[in-house]
Ligand binder design. Sequence first.
Ligand SMILES: Nc1ncnc2c1ncn2[C@@H]1O[C@H](COP(=O)(O)OP(=O)(O)O)[C@@H](O)[C@H]1O
Ligand SMILES: [Mg+2]
Length: 414
Amino acid sequence: MADGGAVFVIVVVVVVKIAIILCVCNKLNQRSKMQTEPFPNDSRFIPLAMVKFLDDMEREKPIRFTAQQLRIATENFSILLGSGGFGTVYKGLVSNGIAVAVKVLNGTSDKRIEEQFMAEVSTMGRTHHFNLVRLYGFCFESSLRALVYEFMVNGSLDNHLFKASKGPIIGFEQLYEIGLGTARGIAYLHEECPQRIVHYDIKPGNILLDSKFCAKVADFGLAKLCNRDNTHITMTGGRGTPGYAAPELWLPLPVSHKCDVYSFGMLLFEIIGRRRNMDVRLADSQQWFPIWVWGKYEKKELKDLMMVCAIEEKDHEAVERMLKVALCCVQYRPDTRPVMSIVVKMLEGALPVPEPLNPFSYLFSGVNEVDYSLARLAWNDGGSDWSSSDVNTKSTVVADTPLMRRHEITMASE
Ligand SMILES: Nc1ncnc2c1ncn2[C@@H]1O[C@H](COP(=O)(O)OP(=O)(O)O)[C@@H](O)[C@H]1O
Ligand SMILES: [Mg+2]
């Protein structure tokens, strides 16, 4: 009987243990299912070695992906995020569900520029700041040249500023923070990173927003990457985007980092107005917002402006400061525009903003008479003619090369 009792106890213990093991297994199974939930089909999942991937990211090494890996990560480039002058952007998932944005660059790869490409990507991959979009890696194959960025869940600022009906409207305080964050990101590129990086294409489409709507400047280093070889130029007729490009980019004048300051000023106007600077649907006098703002500022009629832009009383002071900073940034002469670290301090209110001069006097033909045809020229002649090149579909096998070792680039593992 005593033996029977012992056997009974042993059986109970074994059953309980089995139940516990089954329970734990079930929990683990559920968790792994949850992790792959956005990616339920296992064949679409890149079996990258998670630890190595994170390790490389931590050590700030850009990772080299094969075209095949990116094809799988993006489900054959099926989720389009948008397209611009340099290429087309797709959403992807790599390594245990890390979301990425894969920018497929226009033009074909050329072995001759492989070294320059890697040197550039290597610099971009090591340029880190809270207000800059992180570059994880790249692909350089004959069939595909692509850059792999961290995915920004709230997309680009233009979608929020100009298409407010599609999503939640960002409040003014957040917009002010976005302006300030953008200024800090550009200041870092110009003044703090080891080698100055001029962006050349500051505009709302290149300001991305993370889950907390913090601003991250995207596409820095890209102009240099894409313009270094004539056969790979994706823009013709000048750099930058019409309306944001400084006069020196579309006139035969010397170009410096101050062209970004000009574009940042144009961006500030759009943040304040929540409208595109050029809106042909409006009456002539209001079509180009920056000139209209200058008129209001000059005539001390900023109250009108606050009303038209629906700015609440509590934000008037900050908006006035932003407007004055914007007017300083878009001065015609680059040397009269402030550097970005000063812009940051002026926006923060740590430095007073000087009274701006008329930035648009070069557009005035007569006494107080704006030549709108010139204003339109300023808008249109920044180089809007994009060309796209054929993409070669043949793929090359990439191995670990001395070139990659020199730039401390590692392959994404299978
Ligand atoms: N890292 C990213 N995360 C999320 N969306 C992105 C990312 N990069 C680009 N996008 C989206 O793709 C669009 C196209 O990008 P891009 O080709 O750089 O063109 P542009 O800068 O002219 O808008 C952007 O406007 C943005 O909406
Ligand atoms: Mg962009």
